[in-house]
Design a protein around this ligand. Structure first.
Ligand code: VTB
Length: 347
């Protein structure tokens, strides 16, 4: 057993981790090479991760799909210092990372790419497989008013009622994919406005939980790892996510040979401790931790976070850092000064 997890300090360490990943990725913005952008983000994130005083374990990472050499599922990360010959016990932390959420967005210089991670005490984050997940994400006002199995129109009606407006005044974010044709038709028929995004349902979900972004819900099928990290953010922001794993090729609108065979997926889920693949997960199932930490830094400009800006004598990052424990939602604007004593800091 390590020391008790102190989220106050650790959240600021994780801020450094996300800032480093965001800066590295932002340098590659617009180069059109998503793999390279991801690679530099992963490297930077991992380097700083090793300076954090913790006994960390990656539970969601670059894992399976990419067969990643770094930040793979199960990798132990963190700085294990020994002071005066006495082994200083560090807290045990489970970590879910997405060093560059929206690799394409960064490669194209499009909005809403972020570097993000969530952490909790051991077992505090669902070890979700890297497969698809159907999700509905709403902010605090609509918590308890939606049901992933209800008709789209009913959910929208309930969200509108909670927000004291008409369905026509809602904006719903949906990933622009063929698999969402029916969902998009239904949202349109209900009268809500839609923002179709090319990527990044995780940053969209966070925006849905912050009033003033003019985003009221995120619906549809994206990645399961992104779902877990979204849930961690919802725990801190009082929002809600409901979700269900999806591996039916018909629902995904893909050829059967494009995704692993159902039996194979079921086997893998069982190994991961998931016996009911059709389970509806709520926020607490996905991120059950008592102590949740969430940190994200903007890579490109977005609805909630500004992207990294480089100026001659340094760079500037914009981040969101929060924990369930401290009830502090921090938007952190950091100037990383590299110039000499004559460096001018702008407001
Ligand atoms: C999803 C979504 C992510 O990639 O994982 C998506 O959750 C991949 O979906 O936010 P496709 O296979 O349909 O492209 C993101 O958009 C970006 O990582």
């Amino acid at each position: 057993m390590g020391q008790e997890l102190r989220t106050e300090q650790l959240s600021l360490d994780f801020l450094r981790v996300c800032e480093a990943a965001a800066i590295a990725a932002a340098r590659t913005m617009g180069q059109g090479d998503r793999k390279y952008s991801d690679h530099v983000a992963v490297e930077a994130m991992r380097d700083v991760m090793y300076t954090v005083p913790m006994h960390g374990r990656i539970v969601i990472g670059e894992g399976e799909r990419d067969e990643a050499p770094m930040l793979y599922i199960g990798e132990e990360v963190g700085h294990r210092a020994e002071a005066d010959g006495v082994c200083e016990e560090h807290p045990e932390v489970d970590i879910a990372v997405d060093p560059l959420e929206g690799t394409n967005l960064c490669a194209l210089g499009a909005n809403n790419a972020i570097a993000v991670l969530a952490a909790a005490e051991r077992g505090g984050l669902l070890n979700a497989p890297d497969i698809y997940m159907d999700k509905i994400v709403v902010g605090p006002s609509s918590r308890g008013a939606v049901d992933i199995d209800a008709p789209v129109k009913e959910n929208l009606k309930n969200i509108a009622r909670r927000l004291g407006r008409d369905i026509e005044d809602l904006t719903v974010i949906v990933l622009d994919r063929k698999r969402h044709k029916k969902l998009i038709d239904e949202v349109r028929a209900a009268g809500a406005r839609i923002r179709l995004i090319s990527d990044g349902d995780l940053s969209a979900g966070i925006s849905a939980a912050v009033a003033g972004t003019n985003i009221h819900a995120v619906m549809g099928i994206g990645g399961a790892p992104e779902g877990v990290i979204t849930a961690a953010a919802m725990r801190c922001l009082n929002g809600e996510i409901q979700a269900r794993l999806v591996f039916d090729p018909d629902r995904l609108g893909v050829d059967r040979d494009k995704i692993p065979d159902r039996e194979k997926v079921l086997g893998r889920l069982k190994e991961m401790g998931i016996s009911n693949p059709d389970k509806v997960y709520d926020t607490n199932d996905l991120a059950p931790g008592k102590k949740i930490i969430f940190a994200a830094t903007g890579v490109t400009d977005g609805s909630l976070l500004r992207g990294v800006r480089f100026f001659g004598a340094g760079k500037r990052t914009h981040s969101l850092v929060m924990t369930t424990e401290a009830r502090l939602i921090r938007f952190i604007d950091t100037v990383h000064v590299e110039g000499g004593l004559d460096t001018v800091i702008r407001f």
